[in-house]
Design a protein around this ligand. Structure first.
Ligand SMILES: [Zn+2]
Length: 299
């Protein structure tokens, strides 16, 4: 799934000049996808496509109306309406907001806040698990199970995990998995919000610069998730290219550092499990022991 049509009818110079509007348009589509994720489980007739279109249109019309207040230039406004895919009819422009009002978008985000937050926690933890593997074996690896072990501890329902501070996890393992399943295709956007230390209020008051940064961070997260290797599943990949909503090709993230460090506990676990084998004697010791100064026994 790719966000929006390409703007082929416009010149590169025009697109550069009006970059802010194009980025906001993409940002609005992301919001619609977060509220109505692509792989819904609607039974019977699914209205999600229609809802997404209504949301994008409402947000774009609001942006257009704000622009109109600031700049009374009919030619410019016509171009912006075209960029934002807003129909010509002035009556419609004024009244479309009623179809999916902005307050309802806000309310929907509030309703889904905890599900989004739990997905954010899993993805960010997963990225940090991957960093831990990278630090020990030089390869980005990790699984949902490992991320959940870090988040909720092993067997959280049977034993109270004392080491976890209150508020560190927000639901049980089953619910984490359920939310991840629902939001998987847009999880890079959700993680980007957390990495930027923003919450859902970001969606209603983001500046142009922060929208651009948000899309770049999501792009960087997407790349890392796709490069993640996981044993025992199809193609050894938890996230395939087609699993995560794609951003336009001109959005790049080369200058983005996600600043997500490895997890010390995870590193220690991995070092306790990683075996070094003496090629001559086939004897083995763990990497953790080796780092403690222990060497292969001399036979
Ligand atoms: Zn649906």
């Amino acid at each position: 799934m790719i966000l929006r049509k390409t703007h082929n009818q416009f010149s590169a110079a025009f697109l550069e000049e009006h970059r802010a509007f194009i980025l906001y348009d993409i940002f609005h589509q992301v919001q619609a996808l977060l509220l109505y994720p692509p792989n819904c489980s609607c039974s019977g007739s699914c209205l999600c496509d229609q809802r997404r279109e209504q949301i994008v249109l409402s947000l774009n019309v609001a942006l257009y109306n704000r622009t109109q207040e600031e700049r009374d230039d009919p030619k410019f406004l016509r171009l912006i309406a075209c960029l934002l895919d807003i129909p010509e009819d002035p009556y419609f422009k004024k009244h479309h907001g009623d179809a999916y009002p902005l307050w309802l978008i806000k309310e929907e985000f509030q309703r889904k806040e905890s599900a989004l937050k739990s997905t954010e926690q899993v993805i960010i933890t997963l990225l940090r698990v991957a960093k831990s593997y990278e630090a020990v074996i030089g390869e980005s690896r990790g699984s949902t199970t490992e991320a959940l072990d870090v988040l909720v501890g092993k067997n959280p329902l049977k034993t109270k995990v004392k080491s976890l501070k209150k508020g560190e996890y927000i639901c049980g393992e089953k619910t984490y998995r359920k939310h991840l399943n629902i939001y998987k295709s847009v999880s890079h956007f959700i993680a980007a919000l957390g990495i930027m230390k923003e919450d859902i209020s970001f969606f209603s008051d983001a500046s142009f610069e922060s929208v651009e940064n948000f899309l770049k961070v999501a792009h960087a997260v997407r790349k890392q998730l796709i490069s993640l290797r996981t044993d025992g599943i199809k193609e050894n990949a938890l996230f395939l290219e087609e699993d995560l909503v794609q951003l336009p090709s001109w959005i790049k993230s080369d200058d983005i550092d996600l600043e997500l460090g490895p997890l010390q506990e995870q590193i220690d676990n991995l070092k306790n499990r990683a075996l070094l084998i003496d090629p001559k004697t086939r004897q083995s010791i763990t990497l953790a022991d080796y780092e403690r100064g222990i060497r292969f026994p001399v036979l």
